[in-house]
Design a protein around this ligand. Structure first.
Ligand SMILES: *Cc1c(COP(=O)(O)O)cnc(C)c1O
Length: 403
């Protein structure tokens, strides 16, 4: 048999990578703003943004320049020494929040591991170790975060998981009060559940959680890994609610596209001591410099205001799609939007949008499309996205239901 040229990347990858990702048949080679290009040169409007990561869009010059300068200066030192970008990032995050101390990680799941360890450490001497979280939640893939994640499909293949994790149904204050007691170290909540389909917690529920935590001297930890960094129109989603948590975890958008996460803690909850926790690369100068540039542009370009304005425009447009009968519900806040499809056609709509309308959108579950574009998106791009999505939804139906 004759060789027909080089093996395409999709086939090559299939031979070498662990098959843990249900990857879409698309090789992305370049990005700019809200747009990405595939290896054939086609341009796509990107409403996924690395799953709520690229808050400034792709290839933002401020992040690129900060990375280039830092790479030529100092990449990493371990956390055995002091470094200035990490210090400045801690100061910048604490200055804009009610928290007193920061700890940096490489990912979201590690930020949650840190928060779980902090809560366990704080409750240790009085026997408070349980973490109460929600059915349908997503907190990450490492064992502690996975034990907190209330989804059997992620947990079951890895049982037994660590002990001491309790799950209660979303927005059911009675069930929460019943689950919280003297053994509770912390209540861990996403203000708006992302992975399971953009489900916001009600203000009443958050107030009940705050009260239950206070009554039992447990911590209220908010996982803002997806909702944070301006995505919902405020820097943290909790700023638009009546509660302030003791601990918040962030990641995804923080580095504007590079891997960095953080746990921010109020002094009253700050229970970890020298030697209790640590990381080699977490908060290294390179990723901290990218995060500092991201925060600067977020403010300079008033991107949180843009998230509110463009989120409103987007939901209005999608409401029109619902009224045309092409979808059933729009949820979310700012640029964290969920669109409920007519039956289990979200994956089909995602594929149709990608292949026929050059629009990238993410299916979270059978019947929900997740829309988390860069916070830099323009009104023209929102309108283009709505019309492409409408066109894709108009062509899916019962034939596309999973069998
Ligand atoms: C993505 C996500 C995580 C996990 O973050 P990784 O960086 O993938 O480890 C945890 N919690 C929430 C709410 C998330 O959206």
């Amino acid at each position: 048999m004759t060789e027909l040229g080089p093996t395409p990347p999709i086939e090559r990858e299939g031979r070498v990578h662990l098959p843990v990702y249900a990857r879409q048949p698309l090789v992305i080679t370049r990005g700019e703003g809200c747009w990405v290009w595939d290896d054939a040169g086609n341009r796509y409007l990107d409403l996924v943004a690395g799953i709520a990561v690229n808050v400034l869009g792709h290839a933002h010059p401020a992040v690129a320049d900060a990375l280039a300068l830092q790479a030529r200066t100092l990449l990493t030192t371990s956390n055995l020494y002091y470094t200035l970008p990490q210090l400045e990032l801690a100061e910048a995050l604490l200055a804009r929040s009610p928290f007193d101390r920061a700890f940096f990680t490489n990912s979201g799941t590690e930020a949650n591991e840190a928060a779980i360890k902090l809560a366990r450490r704080r409750g240790h001497d009085r026997g408070a170790f349980e973490i109460v979280s929600l059915v349908g939640s997503f907190h990450g893939r490492t064992f502690g975060s996975l034990a907190a994640t209330g989804q059997p499909k992620y947990q079951a293949p890895f049982a037994p998981l660590p002990d001491g994790f309790v799950h209660v149904p979303i927005n059911d204050a009675e069930a929460l009060r019943a689950a919280v007691g003297d053994r509770t170290a912390a209540i861990l909540l996403e203000p708006i559940q992302g992975e399971s389909g953009i489900h916001p917690l009600t203000d009443e529920y958050l107030i009940a959680a705050r009260q239950a935590a206070d009554e039992h001297d447990a911590l209220l930890i908010l996982d803002e890994i997806q909702t944070g960094i301006g995505r919902t129109g405020t820097f943290f989603a909790f700023e638009a609610t009546p509660v302030v948590p003791d601990v918040v975890t962030i990641a995804k958008g923080l580095g504007g596209g590079v891997p960095i996460g953080a746990m921010l803690v109020r002094e009253s909850a700050s229970a970890l001591r020298v030697g209790d926790h640590g990381t080699t690369l977490g908060g290294n100068p390179l990723t901290a410099a990218a995060a500092l540039a991201t925060l600067r542009v977020l403010d300079e370009q008033r991107l949180m205001e843009n998230a509110t304005a463009m989120g409103g425009r987007f939901r209005e447009g999608l409401q029109g799609v619902v009224e045309e009968g092409l979808a059933t519900e729009v949820r979310g806040r700012g640029l964290m939007i969920g669109l409920e499809t007519n039956g289990p056609v979200a994956r089909a709509a995602m594929a149709r949008a990608r292949d026929e309308h050059r629009l990238l959108v993410n299916a979270t579950g059978d019947a929900t499309l997740r829309i988390v574009p860069p916070l830099t998106i323009s009104s023209e791009e929102v309108d283009t996205a709505v019309s492409r999505l409408r066109a894709a939804l108009a062509t899916v139906g019962e034939d596309d239901w999973p069998r």
